[in-house]
Design a protein around this ligand. Structure first.
Ligand SMILES: [Zn+2]
Length: 73
C-alpha cells in the first residue's frame, strides 16, 4: 500500500517527500543519499537483524526508477 509521499513521487518523482516508516520511501531516500549514508544504513539494518539484501535491492530499484525519470544525480 503506497503512502501519500509515494503517491506524490508517482506524479512528480523529484518532489522529495518521504514518509517515515514507509519502506519504499526509505529506499527512495537512501537511493539519493551519498554512498557512505547508504553503507551506514545497510550496517544498521544488519545490526538489527534485518534483511540487508532485500534493502539493497529495494534501493537499487528506486535508483533505477530515478535514473529512468532523469532524477538520479
Ligand atoms: Zn512511501
Amino acid at each position: 500500500m503506497p503512502c501519500w509521499a509515494c503517491e506524490r513521487a508517482k506524479v512528480n518523482r523529484a518532489s522529495g517527500y518521504y514518509q517515515a516508516g514507509c519502506a519504499v520511501c526509505t529506499a527512495r531516500q537512501l537511493a539519493r543519499m551519498p554512498r557512505q549514508h547508504r553503507v551506514a544504513a545497510y550496517a544498521a539494518e544488519r545490526d538489527k537483524g534485518g534483511d540487508v539484501t532485500a534493502l539493497q535491492q529495494a534501493v537499487r530499484k528506486q535508483y533505477e526508477i530515478d535514473k529512468s525519470k532523469g532524477v538520479a544525480q
